[in-house]
Design a protein around this ligand. Structure first.
Ligand code: HEM
Length: 346
């Protein structure tokens, strides 16, 4: 399974960086693009950002293009005009367009045995943003980290095999961590919709046809009316039976980070699985810690939700390998099989 294989590849890369300070956010971005490259273009994917690096700036172009969509999407006419102006703001869109054209041309030539969902490369930035925040939150609270790590250790050895994934998806604390990360990590500042021709009654008020209305997903997800106490804090316990104690509030239906209805996220199940698998594989493989040079204040101040979550300050960590020689042998065999798989594609 692609997500597991790529997550183990991520672990293999971090092993090489043991004892160094690692910018985890940048590795997660590359991991996410590699996963979506495989799922979208199957065997014809040439996206290997973890192995080859990102010389052409695919990740940063993807993010800037998303931000452009978010801002200029409010005035579609200007957006259409700017697409024809080669070097004004739209450089990033052109980088992505070239990448997409190259990938589609290769896909037409290569028929792989794995099915692919060749629609478009959605979901890379959103998933990696939420995963980066999830890892930050658990690294920032050692109690949460230890509890999650203990639950994983109780159920798995150093790696999770594909036939064990159903066990992973049932783990209660792991599930609570993912829910809490989605609640606080939603990358969408708002989800605009146009009121239909007959108008609509919203919150007991009539809203005329054509009006643009929107739900600010993040505000709803941190509202004290929906989550209490400590609505702004990362507390997975709130999702478990008994919540945060008597009087605590958990309004599950207020979480709309994937939106809902006919235009809701098509990749919701996949994204949630990515969060489970990558988190579990990393915690089983390493003892992760925030680097001593890491600044919580700078990291928090540098988070910007613009449809994609931008991190102006890196998530600096150290990773100490767990599990001794057995895990090392496993990673070496994985690295060589990845090498042969990509050599066979060239
Ligand atoms: C945690 C990660 C993710 C979040 C928070 C997320 C969130 C969302 C949201 C809120 C929308 C609706 C946007 C709108 O109405 O303007 C959406 C749409 C969409 N998402 Fe995701 N998404 C995530 C991951 C993914 C993944 C991994 C995929 C890929 C399979 C994906 C594919 C899509 C597609 C194709 C749409 C457009 C649906 C349509 O318009 O019919 N998403 N996503």
């Amino acid at each position: 399974m692609t997500i597991s294989r790529r997550s183990r590849q991520l672990a293999a890369h971090l092993t090489k960086l043991e004892t160094q300070t690692i910018d985890l956010s940048s590795y997660i971005r590359r991991w996410s693009y590699d996963v979506m490259g495989d799922l979208t273009f199957g065997k014809s994917s040439r996206i290997e950002l973890m192995s080859d690096g990102d010389e052409n700036g695919v990740v940063s172009s993807g993010q800037k293009a998303t931000v452009l969509f978010e801002v200029l999407g409010e005035i579609p006419m200007i957006f259409d005009l700017m697409c024809y102006l080669p070097n004004i703001c739209m450089q990033e869109i052109h980088v992505l367009r070239k990448l997409a054209n190259d990938l589609l041309a290769t896909r037409k030539q290569v028929q792989g045995p794995e099915p692919d969902i060749c629609t478009h490369l959605a979901g890379s930035d959103t998933t990696s943003g939420v995963l980066t925040l999830l890892l930050y939150y658990i690294l920032a609270d050692r109690q949460v980290y230890k509890k999650l790590s203990a639950e994983l250790d109780l159920n798995f050895r150093h790696v999770i095999e594909d036939n064990e994934l159903s066990v992973l998806f049932q783990l209660p604390y792991m599930g609570a961590v993912v829910q809490e990360a989605l609640r606080l990590g939603t990358p969408f500042p708002g989800l605009p919709r146009v009121v239909p021709p007959d108008g609509s009654v919203i919150c007991s008020r009539f809203i005329p046809a054509g009006t643009i209305v929107g739900v600010p997903a993040y505000a709803q997800q941190v509202s004290p009316e929906n989550f209490w106490p400590h609505p702004l804090e990362f507390m997975p316990q709130r999702w478990l039976p008994g919540g945060l104690g008597p009087g605590s509030v958990l309004n599950k239906s207020a979480v709309m980070c994937f939106s809902s209805g006919p235009f809701g996220c098509l990749g919701k199940t996949l994204a949630i699985r990515e969060l489970y698998i990558a988190t579990a594989q990393l915690l089983l493989a390493f003892d992760l810690e925030l680097d001593t040079s890491f600044s919580h204040d700078k990291f928090k101040a540098g988070i910007q939700n613009m449809r994609s979550t931008l991190f102006e300050y890196p998530l600096l960590i150290t990773a100490r390998q767990r599990g001794g020689w057995k895990f090392l042998v496993y990673l070496c065999s994985l690295a060589s099989s990845l090498f042969y798989a990509s050599a066979a594609r060239i």
